[in-house]
Design a protein around this ligand. Sequence first.
Ligand code: NAD
Length: 433
Amino acid sequence: MKIAVIGTGYVGLVTGACLSDLGNDVVCVDIDPAKINKLASGVATIYEPGLDEILKKNIRKARISFTTDIVKAIRASEVIFIAVGTPPDSKGKADLSAVRLVAKSIGENLNGYKVVINKSTVPVGSGDMVRSIIAENLREKHPFDVVSNPEFLREGSAIEDFMHPERIVIGADDRESVQKIRQIYEPLEAPIVVTDVKSAEIIKYASNAFLAVKISFINEIANFCELVDASVEAVSRGMGLDNRIGKQFLKAGIGYGGSCFPKDTLALYEKGREAGYEFRIVKAAIDVNEDKRQRFLEKILKALQKNGGSRVAVWGLAFKPNTDDMREAPSIAVIKGLLARGVSVAAYDPVSMEEAKKVFGDTISYGQAEEIIKGADALVILTDWNEFKQVDFELIKTSLNKPVVVDGRNIYNPQEMKDLGFKYYSVGRRDIQ
Ligand code: NAD
């Protein structure tokens, strides 16, 4: 099938690459010429396990191409995926300006029946908006359908998630477009939920908000555990083995980040208010998440004892392992908080150092994991990359100025850290002082 994917970021690029791998003829469009040039030469613009190989293979087979020419791409395709960003605006609502712009181009360049698939996360009612914009801008009269097909992939395992989804949601108001999308996804053999456009749009927000609530819930339990000297790890395990609850998203830490949960919870809350409903649970999840970073910052300051003039080594900057994405990473609030208190920071992340430089510039220094711990007053762990789990503790202890580790991801065992002679602070567990 001839497919255009408009917006070649995390979602668009993975969607385009995977659809080409399934044998489709895909053209990926972006407004950023630097991104398109890099991709056209076979170099992935994001870090995502497996993406490089799949890109190179399909470029070689001429099944995927990259362009900034949206007109040509629209005219050449029978199906158009919209995968542009929908970041929060100044009020927390989803900024739909890129979606509107793309819809206008589609209207202006429609040259036959096409199915327009909204893959971007957009608030309920956006499908109607896209349909109206296309209709208002038609230069030639052709039929078209607008469908919602929200994406559930997770950064860090995006290819795997796209190729083996737990479900595919199709929100459509007619049979022909449902058939078209079924055909695209048929090789994936995944359960398909077919519903109306509005319900599909809500499924995406409701899913993300639910997961955010689950994370904030266990983070509140962690706060409580710290006060009463219990272990959140044990509580999570005991809860998670109950199938009705499930183990996932029950890991206490320093709160959720990334490009989805923070913006989608806020956008759902704002959309609710617009409709005359206040999402109280979602609001509480947002508040707890913000408070969590603050609490962790206080924990580091307490562990340091003396703030001004101290220096900490930070391991992990990305919002989670296996991605270079720094959007809304908890590391940002924590590091900025440290800097504001006069603590200097040296940081290391296996893949997000370049992205981190765009956020912190030269307000912090950067180096390899072993380098930055030399002479630091504490080691602070902000992302649970696997490479931080098996480490040379003797080297850490002798490198640090004081044997202090503040772990926001609970990757070490408190008793073992005590036996090794560390002062060890973690989340929802007894601090070893
Ligand atoms: P992104 O910022 O990585 O990519 C968006 C891309 O769209 C950018 O490359 C940008 O240059 C391009 N773009 C912007 N305006 C354009 C225009 N007018 N024409 C062509 N290209 C344009 O964003 P993302 O993370 O891929 O997210 C895209 C959408 O998918 C968002 O709505 C997001 O909420 C949703 N989503 C993201 C994830 C995720 O894990 N990142 C998962 C599921 C859903």
